[in-house]
Design a protein around this ligand. Structure first.
Ligand SMILES: [Zn+2]
Length: 410
C-alpha cells in the first residue's frame, strides 16, 4: 500500500475552488445556495464527472462521488462541505471534500477494487446560513418539516426559496435519509481550526472525540433603582449576581469538569442600561463544552444550582432557556487505529486530540462509526481569509486519508 495522491492535481483543485465566491476583501462568500455556492456546486459535479466517477445529488442538495466496490450494499463515506461562512477561508470543509475526490481518483487510476463502495459527499449548509449541518441531518433522517419551515437566513430568505434556485424542493430533503445499514463508516479530513498542531509542529491530529455543548440564555431579575439614593444593602442588583457567578466558573470547572471543559459568557445585556441606574435585569449567554455527556450533565446541574443560590442570596429571580444542546461524539476505535497505522507506516508524526468545533462527523456519529483526521491551521486561524495550512501538511493529510480508506476497504 504505497500509492500516493497526485498532489499537483489536488493543489490545483484547491486553488481553483478557492477562487469561486472570492470577493475583493479576499474572503470567500459561498454560503449555502448563494451564487458562489451554486457555482462551486456545478464545478464540483463537473470535476467528479471528469474523473470518471459516478456523481449524484440527493434531495437535500448533498453532492456525491462514488467508486463502486465488490460489495455495493454498503459504502464507506468520506465527507465534509464546500459552503463557507461569509468572508470565510479556502480550506474549511473544501479540503476534506477535495482530498476525498483525489483519493477516489488515485484509487481508480491503480484499478483498486474496494471491498465496499467508497463515496465522497459534500454536505449542504454545514456552516449555517440556514441553521447549519442541514445536509448531514437530512442524510441521517433527523430533519423535520418544522426545521425546514424555520430555516430562514439573516436577511429573511427561506431555504425553500434558496433551494429552488437549483431546482430543489425543500420538503423533498426529508427523503434524503439514507438507510444506516448501507453505511460502513464515515471519515472526515478537516483543518484543526485551532492552534495545537501548528504550535507543536505535528502534521496530523487523530480526533478521538468531538465536544458536545449546551448553550443557555440566562436571566437574572432584580430591581432597577436610582444609583444615588439606593443604599448598597437595599439593592437587588442583577449585574452583581452575574459578576459573582462569573467568578465561580473556574472553581466549578475545576471541581466538576474535566481538563477539556470550557465555559464562556460571551454576550451580556444590562437593563435598563444607564450609568446612573442600578441594573434591574441582566440577560447573558452561557456556552459550556466537554467531550463527555456525564460531565456536561454534572456541569449543567452545578451551574444551575450555583446561579440559583446566588440569586436567592441577592433577592434576584433566576430563569434560563436552553438554546441548544449537542451530545459529544466518540470516534470508532477501528477507524482510529486505521489512521494510526497509516501514520506509522508513512512515518508521520501525529497526536490524538479532541475536536472543539462541531462537524458533519458529529451528526454522522449518531448512525455510524466515525473518525476524523486534522491537519494544522496556521496560528489556529479559521473562518477568515487568514486560514492557511502549509501545502506539505495538506499532502501528508491526503496521503494518510488515502491509506486509511484502503486499509478499511481491503
Ligand atoms: Zn468545516
Amino acid at each position: 500500500m504505497n500509492v500516493k495522491v497526485n498532489f499537483d492535481r489536488l493543489k490545483n483543485d484547491i486553488q481553483t475552488l478557492a477562487e469561486i465566491g472570492k470577493s475583493p476583501d479576499r474572503g470567500i462568500y459561498r454560503m449555502a445556495f448563494s451564487p458562489g455556492d451554486i457555482e462551486a456546486r456545478k464545478w464540483l459535479i463537473t470535476l467528479i464527472n471528469k474523473a470518471n466517477l459516478e456523481s449524484r445529488v440527493d434531495s437535500a442538495g448533498n453532492i456525491f462521488a462514488k467508486l463502486t466496490g465488490a460489495d455495493d450494499s454498503k459504502s464507506w463515506i468520506i465527507g465534509s462541505h464546500i459552503d463557507t461562512v461569509p468572508a470565510g477561508g479556502h480550506l474549511d470543509g473544501s479540503l476534506g471534500v477535495l482530498c476525498g475526490i483525489e483519493v477516489l481518483r488515485s484509487l481508480l487510476e491503480i484499478n483498486y477494487k474496494p471491498k465496499n463502495s467508497i463515496e465522497v459527499v459534500a454536505f449542504t449548509d454545514e456552516e449555517g446560513r440556514f441553521g447549519g449541518l442541514f445536509g448531514s441531518e437530512a442524510f441521517i433522517g433527523e430533519l423535520t418539516p418544522e426545521r425546514i419551515h424555520n430555516a430562514i437566513d439573516l436577511s429573511g430568505i427561506s431555504i425553500t426559496d434558496a433551494m429552488l434556485e437549483i431546482g430543489l424542493h425543500s420538503m423533498d430533503a426529508l427523503d434524503a435519509k439514507r438507510n444506516p445499514q448501507t453505511i460502513a463508516g464515515y471519515i472526515e479530513l478537516h483543518i484543526e481550526q485551532g492552534p495545537i498542531l501548528d504550535l507543536s509542529k505535528i502534521p496530523i491530529g487523530i480526533v478521538e472525540d468531538i465536544t458536545g455543548l449546551f448553550k443557555w440564555q440566562v436571566r437574572l431579575t432584580g430591581t432597577a433603582n436610582h444609583a444615588g439614593t439606593t443604599p448598597m444593602n437595599m439593592r437587588k442588583d442583577a449585574f452583581q449576581g452575574l459578576a459573582e457567578f462569573s467568578l465561580e466558573i473556574p472553581r466549578i470547572l475545576e471541581e466538576i469538569g474535566s481538563e477539556k471543559s470550557v465555559a464562556t459568557i460571551g454576550r451580556v445585556s444590562l437593563f435598563p442600561g444607564s450609568a446612573n441606574t442600578v441594573p434591574g435585569r441582566v440577560d447573558f449567554s452561557l456556552d459550556v463544552r466537554d467531550t463527555s455527556s456525564e460531565v456536561l450533565q454534572a456541569l449543567s446541574d452545578s451551574f444551575r444550582k450555583t446561579i440559583s443560590a446566588i440569586a436567592r442570596r441577592r433577592g434576584l429571580m433566576f430563569d434560563f432557556e436552553v438554546l441548544s444542546s449537542v451530545t459529544p461524539a466518540a470516534s470508532d476505535p477501528k477507524i482510529l487505529s486505521a489512521i494510526e497505522n497509516a501514520c506509522n507506516r508513512q512515518k508521520v508524526k501525529y497526536i490524538k486530540m479532541s475536536s472543539g468545533a462541531a462537524h458533519d462527523a458529529q451528526i454522522m456519529a449518531r448512525v455510524t462509526n466515525m473518525g476524523m483526521i486534522f491537519v494544522p491551521s496556521k496560528n489556529g486561524r479559521s473562518h477568515s481569509p487568514a486560514e492557511w495550512t502549509p501545502w506539505e501538511d495538506i499532502q501528508i493529510g491526503a496521503d494518510i486519508l488515502l491509506e486509511t480508506i484502503q486499509e478499511l476497504t481491503k
